[in-house]
Design a protein around this ligand. Structure first.
Ligand code: FA5
Length: 340
């Protein structure tokens, strides 16, 4: 190699070698390939070389250029690697990992199940899409009965069974009553069925999808005081010992007698306020299981009787936390959910 080219090559390499950070390397590039750079000046000399040596001089300049460019590339990647390995600032504060928690509805479900387990109830799961027979007919609500209107049901087109009728999105968890009687066959029965329910309703206290918990107790000589005692136990454990229940006569086709269950308002404790008006908030429906329902479930009403109840989880939460609108539970607003 021509000694001039060799000198430039060595100078260029040594300059590149001295670069400590990428920025130095950019400056070095200008010094080598810039307008007045080492290699640029070498290239300018080609025209002054004796014509017989010019070609080989030119080729040597080119191969020196190539070597320098490769040298640059190597140096650049070594600087990038060392930059990334030294750029961790171990004194910087760590990023806080956000911890989630169970949704309010799931928390309430766990709490409710725990309370009823203490009374010997077992949790069962029954379909959320079920036959008309389980949702209505077996519950003493024959086809075209006006009582069905209260449930504002979503019907599923297509599937019809000669014995069981249409498929519906269950409007309440009471379909679990018959299914549990069929499963257990013989009393005693103590069941809790928690499931999603669907109705064509939406406002501050109604959502088209909500959760209910259904309780069913069947045994010999069950009385209304057993039913009332069960509600008092639930209320004092879920809402606290200061709140009490009352039964208000009502009508359901599948219980006789039937009651609405009220709990004293958590704000005024029964005195009456803007939220509750008269001191009480409605928890749900209940009653002594109708003999026709027991019969439909294969249980002899002459030997056994029992009670059933069905309450909305979202409304129960609203009554505990003084929620003004149950739709908040399904809007997934983190600012709301974080509060629980
Ligand atoms: C029933 O659904 C009966 N199956 C309850 C029952 C079971 C009575 C067993 C007797 C024996 P009702 O339609 O009132 O009853 O609903 C019960 C509760 O479900 C209501 O008190 C309310 O808490 C809740 N609920 C009803 N519809 C909605 C809705 N659209 N959104 C939120 N909660 C609702």
């Amino acid at each position: 190699m021509n000694p001039k080219i060799k000198v430039v090559l060595e100078q260029a390499k040594s300059k590149i070698e001295q670069a400590r950070v990428i920025k130095d390397l950019e400056q070095t590039y200008v010094e080598i390939f810039g307008r007045d750079g080492l290699v640029t000046n070498l290239t300018k000399q080609i025209k002054d070389i004796d014509p017989k040596d010019r070609a080989s001089f030119g080729q040597s300049v080119n191969s020196a250029k190539k070597e320098i460019v490769e040298y640059f590339a190597k140096k650049r990647s070594s600087l990038v690697i060392s930059r990334s390995s030294t750029s961790i600032d171990i004194t910087a504060p760590g990023k806080k990992t956000q911890l989630g928690h169970l949704h309010l509805v799931s928390q309430a479900i766990e709490e409710i199940v725990d309370i009823f387990k203490k009374l010997g109830y077992s949790l069962q799961s029954y379909p959320e899409i079920d036959w008309d027979w389980y949702a209505f007919e077996s519950l003493n609500m024959p086809k075209n009965h006006p009582a069905r209107d209260d449930w504002e049901t979503f019907f599923i087109k297509g599937d019809t069974n000669p014995k069981y009728g249409n498929l519906v999105l269950t409007p309440h968890t009471s379909n679990g009553q018959l299914r549990e009687m069929e499963r257990a066959k013989n009393p005693p029965i103590r069941m809790i069925n928690i499931a999603r329910c669907y109705r064509r309703q939406i406002d501050v206290s109604h959502t088209p999808m909500f959760h209910q918990f259904e309780g069913l107790f069947v045994d010999k000589n069950v009385s209304i005081t057993d039913l009332k005692g069960t509600f008092d136990f639930f209320t004092s454990h879920f809402f606290g010992p200061k709140r009490v229940t009352r039964l208000r006569p009502h009508h359901f086709r599948f219980t006789e007698p039937s009651f609405e269950v009220d709990v004293t308002c958590g704000i005024c404790m029964g005195k009456g306020c803007r939220l509750c008006k008269a001191g009480w908030l409605e928890l749900g429906g209940s009653g002594m299981v109708h003999p026709k329902v027991l019969k439909a479930g294969g249980i002899d009403p002459a030997k056994y009787n029992g009670f059933a109840f069905g309450w909305g989880i979202e409304r129960t939460i609203a009554m505990k936390t003084e929620l003004p609108d149950i739709r908040l539970l399904f809007q997934n607003d983190i600012r709301f959910l974080e509060q629980f």
